[in-house]
Design a protein around this ligand. Structure first.
Ligand code: ASP
Ligand code: MG
Length: 422
């Protein structure tokens, strides 16, 4: 029978009642004959609580010794929920055993609080599965080459589940969460947003990095790399719903592009308010200016997203780019104190009241005029576009933050995402 990985988020594991529910659901799958591996998150709020305790004792620091202890601490949240789930399953009459990352082991590098998985040993798991046991594996954590416990970054249980599914060659990885799938856009902004039955990995990557917070982005990269079929679905359906119905609910993140042929050219509208715009005005237009500006920014470890350089006029040009909002002040300081004097530019100005809105869809590869339809919609709404960037399957614009919801709603309508798909 096929091997399935279930992942349950913090809300799904939030109380002993909820854990009981998860156990009943997993027991249903196990009794239907599937080999079951389950990866739980810590009970909701637990990771924050633990990290908060550390902060009470000492303020956050980049100190390695401190970072090591944060991982030692935070990893206990998942260890507790895993053991509780194993106990709940045993109470349901299902043989079950839980493992912390180090017990398999799940090997990672030594980057505390943001470690990357390097390998997963599957022998113990396979032996237990062969005996008919349900195997619970802690999410979010692993062990480095010096036997230090590491964690994978906030939201990292998604990545654990996908990595485990890849290592065990599972037929599917089901991510149970508090939403029932991936939507065409955030339903809080557009109530008409529709759940997508399927979305391709590439689209999901673009949507996830844009602020649709359903999955940790690294889990999607991992799934793409190892071709793990992923499904996002609700853990709030009754545990005893028909298994077939449950198995096809939610949103499948897949490689099957064929079945998408009939679907919309644009699959979703993503947006975020996390960026800020920096403009260097009156830069002498000569070779090397982009390097002088962005080189200094990169050296300060600041990530740049969109970039535009205007046409030059009288030998001068304007140069604008976006950075994360948290890096806005730092970037301005750097440019004002170091780069602008060296370049002889007139001034540098920052703008945090911007947002980025993107249309995403693999259909854009084979259709022309999609971007212009987007620009037309925005112009009809009287929204000024400040910056544009495109990739094969995405067009993004930077606009004034105050028009974000208007833009998202208008685009959602323009690309027929309000319509029910047959
Ligand atoms: N418990 C961890 C967190 O809160 C990992 C996870 O839930 O995915 O970030
Ligand atoms: Mg999560």
């Amino acid at each position: 029978m096929s091997l399935i990985v279930h992942k349950y988020g913090g809300t799904s594991m939030g109380s002993t009642d909820r854990i009981k529910n998860v156990a009943k659901r997993v027991a249903k799958w196990s009794r239907a004959g599937y080999q079951m591996v389950v990866v739980p998150s810590a009970m909701s709020g637990e990771t924050n609580r633990l990290l908060g305790l550390a902060k009470e004792l000492a303020p956050t620091s980049a100190n390695l010794a401190y970072q090591r202890e944060l991982d030692m601490l935070a990893s206990t949240g998942e260890q507790a929920s895993s053991a509780l789930l194993a106990i709940a399953l045993q109470a349901e009459g299902v043989e079950s055993v839980s493992y912390a990352g180090w017990q398999l082991p799940i090997r990672t590098n030594s980057a505390f609080t943001k470690a990357r998985i390097e390998s997963i040993e599957d022998q113990r798991v396979m032996a237990d599965l062969a005996k008919g046991k349900v195997v619970i594996i802690t999410g979010f954590q692993g062990v480095d080459e010096h036997s230090n416990i590491t964690t994978l970054g906030r939201g990292g249980s998604d990545t654990s589940a996908v990595a485990i599914a890849a290592a065990l060659k599972a037929s599917e990885c089901l991510i149970y969460t508090d939403v029932d799938g991936v939507y065409t856009t955030d339903p809080r902004v557009v109530p008409e947003a529709k759940r997508l039955l399927t979305i391709s990995f590439e689209e999901m990557l673009e949507m996830a990095s844009m602020g649709s917070k359903v999955l940790q982005i690294r889990s999607v990269e991992f799934a793409g790399k190892y071709k793990v079929p992923l499904r996002v679905l609700s853990s709030f359906t009754p545990w005893d719903i028909d298994l077939k119905e449950e198995a096809s609910s939610g949103t499948l993140i897949s490689f099957e592009e064929d079945e998408k042929m009939e679907q919309a050219i644009v699959s979703g509208i993503a947006f975020n308010r996390d960026e800020a715009k920096i403009s260097v005005i009156g830069v002498p237009d000569k070779p090397g200016i982009a390097y002088q500006i962005l080189g200094a920014v990169a050296q300060a470890n600041i990530e740049v997203d969109m970039i535009i350089q205007n046409l030059s006029k009288d030998g001068k040009t304007d140069f604008s780019f976006t950075v994360h909002r948290n890096d806005h002040a730092k970037t301005l300081d750097l440019l004002k104190n170091q780069v602008v004097p060296e370049l002889g530019a007139a001034e540098v100005v920052g703008d945090t009241k911007i947002c980025k809105v993107s249309i995403v869809g693999i259909g854009m590869r084979s259709h022309v005029g999609v971007a212009s339809k987007m620009f037309k919609t925005l112009s009809e709404e009287g929204i000024n576009i400040q910056m544009i960037s495109t990739s094969e399957i995405k067009t993004s614009v930077v606009i004034d933050e105050k028009y974000m919801e208007l833009a998202v709603r208008a685009l959602h309508k323009t690309f027929d995402l309000d319509q029910d798909k047959a």
